[in-house]
Design a protein around this ligand. Sequence first.
Ligand code: HEC
Length: 204
Amino acid sequence: MSATQLRSMLIIVGFTLIYGRSANAGAVRNLFTKTLCPLYANRGNNNAIGSATPGTPLAVDAASPTSHGRQRVILRGWSPKAATSVLYQAPDVRIVLAKFLTKNNAERTVLRQKTDTYGMVWQQVSISVWVPTTMTVSNASVVWARAQTLYDNRCGSCHALHEPSDFTANEWPGILDAMAKNAAFDPAQTELVTKYLQTHARPN
Ligand code: HEC
């Protein structure tokens, strides 16, 4: 092996070590909002800039600091370019992940843009926010189990329970608009059951 070959080999090994290690240190895992969860622009401010619906994935990595009982997390989703205050799962899957005040100072990065079949322009964004550590869980099934109990107990008293997969994610919110009052749900319970049914709905 020539000196040049040896040198380039060493460079490759070096790069693999450096980048392999930093990729590892930044490994992303998900937490989930336990319930309707206030979102803050920073660790100390008391005024929420919005809220995330129950069961929304929050990406955290080793570099995500925890401070004052809050953790910095990344929310990812899609918003219409002209109406950035609601974050949806996808342009064609209108599951609300989070809602923001119209005026907010969240750190927001546009990842990509696309136009839907109606000609509406959507942006996939990543938003950096702080959440109370007590309002997250590491497994979404905890959230869905609570939602299912509520659904089973309240939505089956007048008629047979529908399967979540009887309707699509885009159909469920309209049904809940009509039925939440029948079930005597408060706003947080409506958000929880809506998100549960949408998450387990029939694909579009
Ligand atoms: C107080 C009685 C009552 C409760 C409680 C109730 N419903 Fe209903 N539901 C009705 C009635 C009456 C209808 C049929 C007439 C209508 O559509 O308003 C109906 C219809 C429906 C339909 C059929 C709609 C369609 O287009 O086929 C769905 C789905 C539904 N309910 C879901 C729910 C869910 C989810 C809950 C719990 C949040 C719930 N219901 C709680 C009375 C109730």
